[in-house]
Design a protein around this ligand. Sequence first.
Ligand code: B12
Ligand code: SF4
Ligand code: SF4
Length: 378
Amino acid sequence: MTKTQTIKQQIRTEGLAAGFDVVGFASPGSIGAAGERLMEFVALERYGDMQWMEENVDRRADPVVLWPQVRSVIMLGMNYGTGQDVELGKPSGNSNISVYANGGDYHSLIKKRLKRVASWLYRETAHDVKVFVDTAPVMEKPLAQAAGLGWQGKHTNLVSRDFGSWLFLGEIYTTLEIVPDEKGKNHCGQCQSCLDICPTKAFPAPYQLDARRCISYLTIEYKGHIGEELRKGMGNHIFGCDDCLSVCPWNKFASKASEARFSLRDPADNPPLSKLLGLTEEQFLKNYAGSPIKRAGYKAFLRNCLIAAGNSKKIALTLFIENLLEDEADIVRAMAVWSLKQCNPFWFGKLREECLAKETDNYVRECWQWTPNDLEKK
Ligand code: B12
Ligand code: SF4
Ligand code: SF4
């Protein structure tokens, strides 16, 4: 056994002891065409409002440009599976919240654990280390595939034979030379369930995602008005979306996460929209302190709930929607108007003149437009 193989086994043991479920090793130059594909993604502006994606593209595209001294990348994955089928989005009076938001913020947990492994490695070998998770300019999925953790499926996320779609990724860059693992082989075959299920048609082609149409982007990252053509597909998704992940046949091998902090919330407990639409900002901040849901921000969260309410077409939500017609944020007012039109077109017609007289925002005014047919739709 060579010296690097011994240290490799020790790192794996440390990674598992720190709470990761899988550990693999890649050479920094092993992500092939991924860098060029990232450039294409940026050139086509598929990142939407995530401006940071067009910055540091060179550094993202190649780990060596990010850190010239790096010799190996240690990829670590943490299972966040629920051990049960994940509900798809649908029109409903209850919300649908992504599985990844079932627990506390995974960034801080993973970062803490990465630091534990990295400081051990530094103490053991005196080689430099850097840790990254998610937001750093690192192409985590191609690196994870290069490190043998799985493969990038047609939905673009990493699929694992052992954990299905439910792995969070984090990585340690080091100046230590480590023999890389074998690259993960693609096992998608003829399947294209993830592409077919996407309710907003966010995949222009297999392995490519247009974030601007992805519900995950729309409900978490995007803070503006959501286009009418996308609203129906959002169903009851109010934070993130797992539809393409949950239909993957490889989930049959997935297991429940051992990490209790990933299952603080019962996945079947999707709060009714009536409750969420009535939250004050203070309650929102208190309810979701330490949860990724806070990332959406209060006003965008209300906007998402209003779209879900509109899709439900439930007349019983009228009062909750009406209360938001005079909200100070135009993204909330606009979706309250749209939602009211879906749930109670008669009441929409009644309030229209009075509200239009007070409304100064052009987009919200447009939302108040209607034809007599709108009243007959219900
Ligand atoms: C930006 C981002 C998003 C954006 C864009 C997602 C995307 N697919 O690009 C949005 C907000 C939409 C998003 C959503 C989600 N995200 Co996100 N996101 C990221 C982030 C920060 C960067 C990803 C990136 O660089 N995208 C740019 C594109 C160009 O990269 P790419 O998908 O790898 O593109 C590849 C393909 O297009 C491919 N390709 C193109 N043509 C072809 C042709 C062939 C033949 C092949 C093989 C490949 C191929 O090559 C490109 C390079 O690899 C990463 C963290 C990180 N630093 O990597 C997390 C990350 C990808 N997200 C993650 C998660 C969990 C999610 C969600 C599931 C959350 C949710 N439930 O709502 C959804 C899933 C949506 C989806 N289907 O991708 C996890 C995924 C874990 C995993 N197992 O893969 C990551 C890795 C975070 C983490 N540390 O765990 N996310
Ligand atoms: S997360 Fe939802 S909206 Fe985004 S690509 Fe997957 S199925 Fe489509
Ligand atoms: S659903 Fe099918 S095509 Fe999509 S990632 Fe899973 S195996 Fe691949």
